[in-house]
Design a protein around this ligand. Structure first.
Ligand code: ADP
Length: 381
């Protein structure tokens, strides 16, 4: 998940039992990554500076009706900059990648080719078990389509920012047009569009849902309008400082069956993001081990692949991080005085040991529920 402060922490999974060890492992991994990352620092600084200037310009001349404070929150906390994700960072999911290329990336890069019958969808739903790469896919789409990436967790809209949420939603869509091409990524969309959130006691939640649907419809209408009076609509858009034609709502959910029917139908494309197949698990394990000193043979990787059925991508990452701690664990304080060369390589036994604590987050029954929903309402990938 992105580091935006609007994101709520990932939902608890059984993997969290070993949370401290994971934390420890990722801290070490991060500091190692920082050491090897300095070559691209210049480019990163340049990109950051150019974004700063763009941000300041946008805030200075906001579209009418957009709340200044909400706009500030959007550009500072919702827009994700830097730390790009590319297709190649994501193991497997070829069908989903292709669907996203066709639905978003190509239309954003060549809008002239995607009009009329080829008019791109305004919304796409990514559904599947947690930790299967939905957020990564969304971020990769933004990178590959050179779009501004807005990342918001729907549950934060309906909890933390409840009072401000309507303003925030309006500012979100307005700024997405101004900064187009834009991807609006809404994680945990179920908490906004579920049957429950539309009724009764949660009046405020209902209002946010309504506002979200209105703004989203406006996008769709703007696109349709452009078809009829293409040139005039385009001009009008530009005057208002935006391009509604290149804004897409990409939503993710682990609970697709809770989304109400009307909202579900608005997502013309519904892409299933399943647990990784054996091949994909092997690719991911190899990628994770690439920069590490290890003794795992091809046969060992095959063994591990066999032991990680029902693991999600994030379960595999957690497993590898935990196993990578294996060689350090037995050393205790002594590790502080050892050179890199003195640390033993990671072995299959480290993975086997970690498998006792790191378990898949989705159960067999849970999985069946996704498969059933995918069969009825989704496209497989
Ligand atoms: P989701 O949004 O589906 O819950 P994320 O995209 O946030 O899952 O994935 C969580 C973490 O799991 C990622 O940061 C990455 O480390 C790992 N991961 C999940 N799926 C994949 C994948 N297909 N390839 C590589 N890493 C993955």
């Amino acid at each position: 998940h992105s580091s935006s402060s609007f994101d709520t922490p990932a939902r608890p999974s059984r993997v969290n039992r070993s949370g401290n060890r994971q934390k420890e492992a990722s801290l070490i991994a991060e500091s190692l990554a920082e050491l090897s990352d300095s070559s691209t620092e210049d480019e990163q600084t340049k990109a950051a500076n150019s974004w700063k200037r763009r941000k300041a310009a946008v805030l200075k001349k906001l579209p009418p009706g957009v709340d200044q404070q909400a706009a500030k929150q959007i550009v500072n906390e919702i827009v994700v900059h830097g730390d790009e994700v590319h297709w190649t960072d994501i193991a497997g999911l070829e069908v989903a990648k292709n669907a996203l290329r066709e639905t978003v990336v190509y239309p954003f890069l060549r809008p002239d080719l995607f009009m009329g019958l080829r008019e791109p969808a305004r919304g796409m739903l990514l559904f599947g078990p947690p930790g299967t790469g939905k957020t990564m896919l969304a971020r990769a789409v933004a990178t590959e389509s050179k779009s501004t990436f807005f990342s918001i967790s729907a549950s934060s809209l309906t909890s933390k920012y409840l009072g401000e949420s309507e303003k925030l939603v309006r500012a979100l869509f307005a700024l997405a047009k101004v900064l187009a091409p834009s991807i609006i990524f809404v994680d945990e969309i179920d908490s906004l569009l579920s049957q429950r959130s539309g009724t009764g006691e949660h009046e405020a939640t209902r209002r946010i849902k309504t506002e979200f649907l209105i703004q989203w419809s406006d996008l769709q209408r703007a696109a349709a309008g452009r078809e009829v009076v293409a040139a005039a609509a385009a001009e009008k858009d530009k005057e208002r400082g935006g391009d509604a034609n290149r804004v897409l709502v990409l939503a993710a959910t682990n609970l697709p069956w809770t989304i109400d029917e009307a909202a579900r139908r608005r997502f013309v494309r519904r892409q299933y993001i399943p647990l990784p197949e054996a091949d994909t698990r092997a690719v991911q394990l190899r990628t994770l081990l690439k920069q590490q000193k290890h003794t795992l043979s091809d046969a060992d990787i095959d063994t591990l692949v066999g032991m990680t059925e029902e693991f999600s991508g994030s379960d595999i990452t957690a497993l590898a991080k935990d196993a990578a701690m294996g060689p350090l664990r037995s050393l205790g304080e002594a590790l502080l005085h050892m050179t890199m060369d003195e640390i033993r390589p990671i072995g299959l036994s480290d993975f086997v040991a970690s498998l006792t604590t790191i378990r898949p987050s989705v159960s067999k029954e849970g999985l069946k529920q996704y498969e059933d929903w995918a069969r009825e309402f989704g496209e497989r990938g």
